[in-house]
Design a protein. Structure first.
Lengths: 95, 493
């Protein structure tokens, strides 16, 4: 399988990365080189093989459903590019 | 002063205990060395002298009171991927500009609880994506090693290139690193240092910037096998904050260093003999086999038939997980924000400017292989192949093999801005051909320096162990180290 420039633009949109025309040309070639490399996986017979979900067999840990942390609003917004009264500020999303 | 810098962690620990030196003296020696060398090597992206001095002073107080911890007064460098409270933590990316977390990673908390001293944050490939440290927003790290009679700058490997270079150049006593596809073992091999990636789940991932969560593991890079065992003992823990952290007591790894390997069965996988592999690597591998034999190990030929599929499967699984993990960098909660005409435009511009080329490439691949219509053909297929890769190892271990011996890398260190690597991303990816299988199967692997190539550059061997049997790797690693000797670069910086 290979990608064309329209697919590169669509994937960039899904990934929320702005791309220029030059970017698209370069990315198309690079992505196709990588996809060409991974193509060999299709020759492996995986009949009856379960996909890996956990590399070390273990029970999923579950913690008790209790409040164990909190009161950290200052810490949480401390690194925000823009914040006000413990809210993250973003450009207007609703008219 | 330079005598202090040549001490291993074990040696420094003895001198601190006998009060022949102090933590403050040791820390000052490293800070001066960093000041002098870093403009040339670029191993550190942030140095924290005030914090280092305060921590060293506190260590000296504890040592005086007889309350010293396992690492008290030992100056360490920390990879920029680890969250360190109030200190530069950017995964060497532009998108995390100015990020100073309000919390400390579990692994670094463990080190500080044992008394270690933080010198600063170490350079790395952006978000740990790279094998040469050239994708860092802060520029490449120079390998302290150069070819004999050459002044050409070489890469230290990656992604933990700053960690490996700082350890090799004696700009820290030891360093933390992380390994998703070879990022501890490959740079260790390229700089003549020791690096161990423990079993998945041995070190907590909490507070380490996520790249590919099912593959990422923390581990140390150190000057010798004993030091790597000392560091791993402190770094590893059982952590309720990481659901993949395994409930298993941390053994005394140092006790395994120098332990007899008589009767151990060591597998040599034939699939690691790659086409076009340099003769020097083959010769080194044979030497390693001889050394282990002489020490009483039994060598057996084994087969891991799915080895060649590990790298392509990795380049589906790792980008897929990365595209998901890196979705959080959107210019809202931390780091860089580039203004846009609306919120989507802001996301797109922020991510376009904040991520470097390699990171974008991997996010794009990951987004593509997870997108509707392609999930089964790529991602599901890769996860099934991953099951087969793990099964290969289980079969061999099931037949009584205790560990495997392989080369660590397909070549010695290459030049910065290597044209062949730059023009073809797949060529760069091939650096991890011997290490990536270990991450795919969640196993422990150690890279130990084993010799120099014809140009005088270090080469390493890799030992792969059973799950949670890091101790056998330390025992085997110390046999190779004893036979091969230790390697230090000639100082040019």
């Amino acid at each position: 399988m290979s990608v064309d420039s329209a697919t590169v633009r669509r994937v960039a949109k899904l990934a929320r990365i702005a791309v220029s025309d030059n970017d698209v040309t370069a990315m198309e070639a690079e992505l196709n080189a990588i996809l060409g490399f991974v193509e060999q996986l299709s020759e492996v017979d995986v009949t009856g093989v379960e996909p890996m979900t956990s590399v070390i067999p273990m029970e999923m840990k579950k913690r008790a459903d209790v409040i164990a942390d909190g009161d950290k609003a200052d810490d949480i917004v401390a690194n925000a590019p823009a914040s006000e009264d413990h809210f993250f500020m973003v450009p207007k999303v609703v008219e | 002063m330079s005598d202090l810098l040549s001490l291993t962690i074990a040696e420094a620990r003895d001198k601190l205990a006998s009060k022949e030196t102090s933590a403050v003296e040791l820390t000052d020696a490293y800070l001066s060395a960093i000041d002098a060398a870093n403009p040339m090597l670029n191993a550190y992206v942030a140095v924290t002298p005030d914090k280092a001095k305060a921590m060293a002073k506190a260590s000296d107080d504890r040592i005086a009171k007889g309350e010293a911890g396992a690492l008290d007064g030992i100056p360490l460098g920390i990879k920029d991927l680890y969250a360190t409270e109030g200190v530069h933590t950017q995964a060497c990316s532009h998108i995390l500009d100015g990020f100073e977390p309000r919390y400390e990673s579990t692994v670094t908390s463990n080190l500080w609880a044992d008394g270690a001293v933080m010198l600063g944050k170490l350079n790395m490939d952006e978000f740990a994506m790279g094998s040469s440290n050239e994708t860092s927003y802060y520029g490449p790290v120079k390998n302290p090693w150069r070819k004999e009679g050459s002044n050409v700058d070489l890469v230290p490997g990656g992604s933990s290139g700053g960690s490996a270079a700082a350890v090799a150049a004696h700009l820290c006593a030891g360093a933390t690193a992380t390994d998703t596809g070879g990022s501890i073992r490959q740079p260790a091999a390229l700089t003549g240092t020791v690096g161990i990636k423990p079993t998945y789940g041995r070190c907590s991932r909490w507070g380490i910037v996520a790249f590919a969560s099912s593959l990422d593991q923390a581990g140390p890079i150190a000057r010798d096998v004993r030091d790597s065992a000392i560091l791993l003992k402190s770094m590893a823990s059982v952590d309720p904050k990481d659901t993949t952290s395994v409930d298993r007591e941390v053994p005394d790894y140092e006790a395994a260093v120098g332990r007899s390997i008589k009767g151990l069965k060591i597998g040599v996988p034939k699939e690691y003999r790659m086409d076009g592999m340099p003769q020097e690597i083959e010769t080194l591998w044979q030497k390693g086999i001889e050394w282990l034999k002489e020490a009483g190990a039994e060598i057996v030929d084994v087969s891991l038939p799915h080895t060649k599929y590990a790298l392509p499967a990795y380049y589906i699984v790792a980008p897929a997980e990365a595209s998901s993990n890196l979705a959080r960098y959107d210019g809202v909660r931390y780091g860089l924000r580039v203004p846009g005409k609306d919120i989507v435009d802001m996301y797109e511009k922020t991510r376009a400017e904040g991520f470097g080329r390699e990171v974008k490439r991997r996010i794009m691949i990951g987004t593509y292989v997870l997108s509707a219509g392609y999930y089964d053909a790529y991602y599901l297929q890769a996860q099934k192949v991953r099951t087969l890769i793990k099964r290969d190892f289980e079969t061999v271990y099931g037949e009584g093999v205790d560990a495997l011996l392989t080369p660590a890398t397909p070549s010695a260190a290459f030049g910065i801005a290597d044209q062949e690597m730059a023009s073809d991303p797949v060529k760069m990816y091939l650096n991890d051909v011997f290490t990536v299988t270990v991450n795919m199967a969640g196993l422990p692997g150690i890279a130990v320096p084993a010799g120099l190539d014809a140009g005088g550059l270090p080469l390493g061997l890799q030992l792969i162990g059973r799950p949670f049997d890091e101790e056998t790797l330390f025992s085997l690693g110390s046999v190779i180290e004893k036979a091969a000797g230790r390697f230090t670069p000639a100082k040019w910086w």
